[in-house]
Design a protein around this ligand. Structure first.
Ligand SMILES: [Zn+2]
Length: 120
């Protein structure tokens, strides 16, 4: 009647201890789950002559810096380890191919059935 909930309960035999272990790693060993990722940062312009996006050639002769196009900032590509960014319950559900949206829908149906039963 609630197949995805049943699958989740069955999977909990493995996901519960795995989740406890990951929590223990985090709390006791300060271990975080990280993945290699890339992102962009805005850094101050690296042109030595650039002052807030402009190059001064003398009195009243300021031209936009060609490197930052007058913004004073340049986009820099970076890469490194970043936090996984997936909550533990979702990660464990992914591991066992549990659809948490279906689980939530089944729970709602279950609650409605209980309320209807209580009201009858
Ligand atoms: Zn510049």
């Amino acid at each position: 009647m609630y197949p995805e909930c049943d699958r989740m309960v069955e999977a909990a035999k493995e996901t519960q201890p795995a989740g406890d272990f990951i929590e223990w790693l985090r709390e006791e060993k300060h271990v975080s789950l990280m993945v290699w990722g890339s992102w962009q940062d805005l850094d101050p312009c690296t042109n030595m002559a650039c002052e807030k996006g402009y190059i001064h050639f003398g009195h009243d002769n300021n031209r936009p810096c060609p490197r930052c196009e007058g913004t004073g900032l340049i986009t820099v590509d970076r890469e490194g380890y970043v936090h996984l960014g997936v909550p533990l319950d979702q990660l464990l559900a992914q591991w066992k191919a549990i659809d948490l949206v279906k689980v939530e829908a089944e729970r709602r149906t279950m609650l409605e059935a209980l309320r209807a039963g209580a009201g009858a």
